[in-house]
Design a protein around this ligand. Structure first.
Ligand SMILES: [Fe+2]
Length: 239
């Protein structure tokens, strides 16, 4: 996947991936206006897009991966561990890559100026974290399980509970922004963002797995979610 950033001074681009989910998914109302109206024009990758960014451990704080310890007290909600591995298109671990996470609190409310859902904010929860993958491509967060929230896409529309994730992989050109869901969510059937990924097997790749092995007794449930950046088994991206 990494390839050679340059060969004889010419930038070697990353392969362009298929456009799924599509930019236009009419049931997801916002895509009707924000999806491109004309065919996309591929631009050549620049040197900085295929060689960066490079992150060092000094850029990630000790409390960044633990969203339950970023304030004076613990946030309300169901404490959970989220862990997994970041893999490239050949199943190899992607080491030292930045994983960023953001989410609603346990009541389904984001700490964001435009979130007007009449659910309580939690003074002990900001809803953002980040970490770098280890030598096996592994990552681990501690957080609380996010609540469902209404979003006005259609009558009585509610988002299935989800966590947003951003990964850079080895270069800007391989960046992935996606959403992770929880097993057995009763809201899947009416969530057009979830269904904008057309193949049911691809949708399965957006759902984490309950992990009893990593569940810590008397403390927190664990969920496992591997993220594949490229190739046939790639984790679907967000449009
Ligand atoms: Fe969200």
């Amino acid at each position: 996947m990494r390839g050679h950033p340059t060969r004889n001074g010419v930038v070697t681009p990353y392969r362009r991936e298929n456009c799924d989910p599509p930019y236009l998914h009419p049931d997801y109302v916002a895509t009707r206006t924000r999806s491109p109206k004309r065919p996309l024009v591929p631009l050549a990758h620049t040197l900085s897009e295929v060689t960066g960014p490079v992150f060092g451990h000094q850029e990630v704080g000790d409390l960044d991966p633990d969203l339950t310890r970023q304030h004076g007290g613990e946030p309300l909600g169901e404490r959970m561990i989220l862990h997994g591995r970041v893999l490239d298109g050949e199943g190899r671990p992607v080491r030292g890559t930045l994983v960023e996470l953001w989410q609603a609190n346990a009541a389904g409310r984001y700490r964001h100026v435009v979130d007007r859902h009449p659910a309580p904010l939690d003074p002990n929860f900001s809803g953002a974290g980040r970490c770098l993958t280890d030598g096996e491509g592994g990552y681990r967060f501690v957080t609380v399980k996010p609540g469902a929230y209404p979003w006005g896409n259609h009558a009585n529309a509610w988002r299935a509970a989800h966590i947003h994730l951003s990964l850079f992989g080895p270069a800007f050109a391989t960046r992935v922004v996606t959403q992770m869901y929880f097993p057995g969510d009763p809201l899947f059937f009416q969530d057009p963002i979830f269904h904008s990924v057309r193949d049911p097997r691809d949708r399965e790749r957006m759902i984490c797995r309950f992990d009893l092995r990593e569940t810590v007794p008397e403390w927190a449930l664990a969920y496992e979610f591997d993220i594949v950046l490229r190739g046939r088994d790639a984790t679907p991206v967000e449009r």
